[in-house]
Design a protein around this ligand. Structure first.
Ligand SMILES: Nc1ncnc2c1ncn2[C@@H]1O[C@H](COP(=O)(O)OS(=O)(=O)O)[C@@H](OP(=O)(O)O)[C@H]1O
Length: 614
């Protein structure tokens, strides 16, 4: 590695004469970044870390801790504290299996209890059960409580409010019962997992917060329940040594400011691989770097993690059906076929309720169940409901019969920036349906909607006053009404946001005018676009109702059933001045939409064709 001081052309450079595979090159590379950016591209030297020892009291006879092993563990902790003040092992216990090893191992268990105060303890499960086996939260809480009683009996210090679940089950994919019981029984505030968003690649592991429990990513230190003797390390002991001496364990310390390592009881008995590994790792680290190892209790560490990575606080739910490991630790009650096959995303006031209603008339199409607060809309991807998790979302979908296609509609999705990414992550390769009407009419319909909901500003100000109001001059409430009238109508901008995540072939455009004036034709086209093999003929079931002024469902004896009063309202036509203003206002946006749809080879709605001609 050579430093060019830049004496010739004023540009300093660092040359690497080899690839970056050798660990020392990586360290130098980080130094070079820091050096050349005058410290701007560098991390602080502190590395916060935690070592968990899980499965305490678990493990088959002859693999467990003896008295000397417990003493050695404590000695090592004391030794570590010289460099890392306060360092404390986190011991994860399942009380049920205490004294289930050999006589000598039972002595080891007794020793652990005797020295318990020296360690921090966290609950595993009472009998190593996995949370996703329990759909009944009270049963799960009951089991947890048995472990808590055990901790109380033995005065184990569990004040860290930290917990770990066997096999990550229930942590991710989130099983709400686990979080509920953790909160209720133990007041857990943090946990760790290596499953979010996926086990591999390990450098992409992230954290999230669910129900006020911080889930922080866990790193691998190459020790597992079955790695108990160095000479019998899978692949040969060189594999472990390489990980420690500049390999993955070293690099984990190098790149991650926060490291939570998981080890197991069996790594501290036998030939104490756990002690060996970290002793060697730390010596290596201190020899070759200036990194400073720091210990903080789990809750403080969790808070530090999310202060460092605030963008990770909000989870992005992925689909457990697309990851074999996730599927294995997902509740058996859940069913991959209960996710919607397509989603009607809005925008609001374009006829989304009518479309939802028409789709439900199809014998093989079924919507989500209604919500007590937002009626036919689940509004999962766009608002606070998202943080309730996918169990909550899935509770809106029945298990479909064989040939039934499930769908969801929430008109709030279309213009919310966060939705496309979330929707794509949970429902990849699913169609979204967008209805487009003239944005000026949409704006007016929203205004009328707000008037009938007694919005003070919509009642006080005319439509023209609303759309021409000025920020900083007019009241905030009026400006906010104005934005909800006008912003969703920039269709092309919103579509571009969708296109960042959803491929064009999964975006279906419905002409909202056609849906109003010739719904059977619009439904025919939609079914074709969705790839339905059996096309349902809507002209038999939909009939124009003079009284309502819209198409309604044919009922026996010539009657018809229409949407309620709030859809297809009666209100005066838009005044000319507003019409002219909005025509100008949306001129560019409509042109952009026209070009975008043309580029995407999507059918252009008639109203847009007319606009582009005039
Ligand atoms: N068949 C039928 N019956 C009733 N209404 C119909 C129908 N087809 C389309 N529309 C138009 O739907 C408009 C309401 O749109 P949404 O359902 O998307 O509104 S909402 O966002 O869910 O509130 C509604 O807007 P308003 O006319 O302003 O009430 C209607 O124009």
């Amino acid at each position: 590695v050579l430093l060019d001081q830049g004496l010739y052309d004023g540009i300093q450079r660092v040359f690497f004469g080899n690839n970056l595979k050798f660990w020392l090159q990586k360290v130098l590379f980080l130094d070079a970044l820091s050096y050349l950016s005058y410290g701007r591209l560098s991390l602080p030297l502190e590395r916060y870390f935690q070592i968990d020892i899980d499965d305490i009291f678990v493990g088959v006879a002859e693999s467990r801790l003896l008295v000397n092993d417990v003493q050695a563990l404590l000695n090592f902790q004391t030794e570590l504290r010289k460099n890392v003040p306060g360092f404390t092992y986190q011991l994860g216990f399942s009380g049920k299996f205490i004294y289930s090893g050999t006589n000598l191992e039972s002595e080891g268990d007794r020793m652990l209890l005797k020295l318990a105060d020296n360690f921090s303890w966290f609950p595993h499960m009472w009998s190593h059960m996995q949370a996703h086996w329990f759909s009944n939260a009270s049963k799960l809480c009951e089991y947890m409580d048995i472990n808590r009683q055990f901790a109380l009996r033995h005065s184990l210090n569990t004040s860290s409010n930290y917990a770990v679940a066997p096999h990550h089950a229930g942590v991710y994919p989130v099983h709400q019962q686990l979080y509920h019981c953790w909160r209720k029984v133990w007041n857990i505030t943090s946990t760790s997992s290596e499953e979010y968003p996926n086990l591999r690649p390990d450098h992409r592991r992230k954290g999230f917060i669910y129900r006020n429990i911080m889930v922080i990513p866990r790193q691998t230190c190459s020790l597992f329940t079955h790695t108990m003797v160095l000479d019998m390390y899978p692949g040969g002991k060189e594999v472990l040594l390489e990980s420690i001496d500049g390999g993955s364990l070293f690099q984990s310390f190098l790149y991650n400011q926060v490291n939570v390592f998981m080890t197991h009881q069996s790594n501290y008995g036998n030939d104490r691989l756990g002690l060996f590994t970290f002793d060697r790792a730390m010596k290596f680290l201190y020899k070759w770097t200036n990194l400073r190892l720091v210990y903080e209790p789990p809750e403080v560490l969790g808070k530090r993690y999310f202060n460092l990575y605030p963008e990770e606080v909000e989870p992005v739910w992925s689909n457990p059906c697309l990851n074999r490991r996730h599927l294995e630790i997902w509740s058996e009650e859940k069913n991959c076929s209960s996710f919607p096959k397509f989603v009607v995303v809005g925008p609001q006031k374009t006829g989304t309720t009518a479309l939802y209603w028409f789709l439900n008339m199809h014998p093989h199409v079924k919507s989500n169940l209604p919500s007590p607060t937002t009626f036919e809309e689940v509004q999962f991807f766009s608002g606070p409901n998202y943080f309730k998790g996918i169990d909550w979302y899935m509770s809106f979908f029945p298990t479909p019969e064989n040939n039934t296609v499930l769908f969801e509609k929430s008109a709030t999705y279309f213009d919310q920036k966060v939705v496309p990414k979330r929707l794509k992550t949970l429902l990849p390769s699913k169609h979204i349906v967008v209805i487009l009407i003239d944005p000026a009419l949409r704006a007016y319909s929203w205004y009328q909607h707000m008037r009938s909901h007694h919005d003070a500003f919509a009642l006080k100000y005319s439509f023209y006053e609303t759309i021409t109001a000025h920020r900083g001059v007019d009241p905030d409430g009026l400006i906010s009404l104005q934005r909800r009238c006008l912003d969703p109508g920039f269709y092309a901008n919103h579509l571009e946001n969708w296109l960042d995540f959803i491929q064009p072939q999964f975006i279906i455009i419905v002409d909202g005018d056609m849906l109003k004036t010739d719904p059977a034709a619009a439904m025919f086209q939609l079914q074709k676009s969705l790839g339905f093999t059996e096309i349902y003929q809507y002209n038999k079931i939909l009939k124009f109702d003079e009284r309502k002024g819209f198409f309604c469902q044919v009922q026996p004896k010539g009657k018809s059933k229409c949407l309620g009063q709030s859809k297809g309202r009666k209100y005066p036509e838009m005044e000319d001045e507003s019409w002219k203003y909005l025509t100008k206002y949306y001129e560019e946006a409509n042109l952009k939409l026209f070009k975008l749809l043309e580029r995407l080879k999507k059918p252009i709605p008639e109203w847009l064709k007319k606009k582009s001609k005039s």
